[in-house]
Design a protein around this ligand. Structure first.
Ligand SMILES: Nc1ncnc2c1ncn2[C@@H]1O[C@H](COP(=O)(O)OP(=O)(O)OP(=O)(O)O)[C@@H](O)[C@H]1O
Length: 233
C-alpha cells in the first residue's frame, strides 16, 4: 500500500539535501504532484528543518545509505552548494548593474541542483530507477560552450594575466570561479571511482571557463579596468 509517511519522509530528506532537489526528484519522491497536493491536512503540516539524525556525524545519500559526513560524496555535495551560493551572490551584483546575462546564471543554479542530485545518488548503491531519475544531461555542457563562444566574440583578446578585479560583479564571478574549481577537485575522485556521472565533471570544468569569461564580460560592460599582473618589484 502507498505510504505517504514514508514518501513524505523521503521528500523531507530530499528537500534538505539542499543541492539535490529538482522537480523531477520531487515527483520521484512524492509519486506525483497531484498525489502530494491531495494529502490530508494533517500530513501537510510544515515539517521541521532539523531531524537531529545528522548530530552524530553521519548523513544520508539519496539512495538511503548512511555515510560519515566527511565522505567524499558530502564533500562534493557541500561544495556544489557553496558554488551555487557564490553564483547567487554574484548574480545579485550583476542584477544591480543591469547585466543581460543574469538569466544564464539562473539557469546554471538550476543545473547545479541536478549536479547535486547526481552526486547525492552514488552509483554503488543506486537502483536503476535512481539512476534514471538523476541522470545528468550533456546538453548543459553544450549550452555553456555556446554562451562562452558568444561572450568571447565581444571581448578583447587576452594579452596579459588578469587578476580577479573589474568591479563587484566581476570580482564576485571570479570568487564563484574559484569555488567552481574546488567543486571540480571534489568531484574528480568520485567520478574516477564510478560513483558519479563523468558529465558532471565536464560540466564543472566548462563552468569555470564560463565564469572566467563572464567575469571579464561584466568588467568590460561596466567600463571597469581589470587589474593586470605585474611582477612585484
Ligand atoms: N555537512 C554537510 N555537507 C554537505 N552535505 C551534507 C552535510 N550534511 C548533510 N548533508 C547532505 O545534505 C542533506 C541535508 O542536510 P541536513 O543538514 O538536513 O542533514 P543531516 O545533518 O543528516 O540532518 P539533520 O540536520 O536533520 O540532523 C543530507 O541528507 C545529506 O545528504
Amino acid at each position: 500500500m502507498f505510504s505517504f509517511v514514508t514518501r513524505s519522509t523521503g521528500l523531507q530528506r530530499s528537500l534538505r539535501l539542499g543541492t539535490c532537489i529538482s522537480i523531477k526528484q520531487m515527483q520521484a519522491v512524492c509519486g506525483d504532484k497531484k498525489r502530494y497536493a491531495s494529502t490530508s491536512e494533517e500530513n501537510r503540516r510544515i515539517p521541521k528543518i532539523y531531524t537531529k539524525t545528522g548530530d552524530k556525524g553521519f548523513s544520508s545519500t539519496f539512495t538511503g545509505e548512511r555515510r560519515p559526513k566527511e565522505d567524499l560524496i558530502f564533500d562534493a555535495l557541500g561544495t556544489t552548494d557553496e558554488l551555487s551560493s557564490a553564483i547567487g551572490l554574484a548574480r545579485e551584483f550583476c542584477i544591480d548593474s543591469g547585466h543581460s546575462f543574469t538569466d544564464q546564471l539562473d539557469k546554471i543554479q538550476c543545473v547545479l541542483q541536478d549536479v547535486g542530485s547526481n552526486i547525492a545518488t552514488p552509483r554503488s548503491s543506486a537502483r536503476d530507477s535512481h539512476i534514471q531519475k538523476t541522470k545528468f544531461s550533456s546538453q548543459a555542457v553544450i549550452e555553456l560552450e555556446r554562451w562562452i563562444d558568444s561572450l568571447t566574440e565581444e571581448l578583447p583578446p587576452l594579452t596579459n594575466f588578469i587578476l580577479p578585479s573589474g568591479g563587484k560583479s566581476s570580482a564576485a564571478l571570479h570568487v564563484a570561479r574559484g569555488v567552481c574549481r574546488r567543486a571540480e577537485r571534489c568531484v574528480a575522485p568520485i567520478v574516477r571511482s564510478g560513483e558519479t556521472d563523468p558529465e558532471v565533471a565536464r560540466y564543472l570544468n566548462r563552468l569555470s571557463d564560463y565564469l572566467f569569461t563572464v567575469a571579464r564580460y561584466a568588467a568590460m560592460k561596466e567600463g571597469n579596468a581589470e587589474t593586470i599582473y605585474k611582477r612585484p618589484e
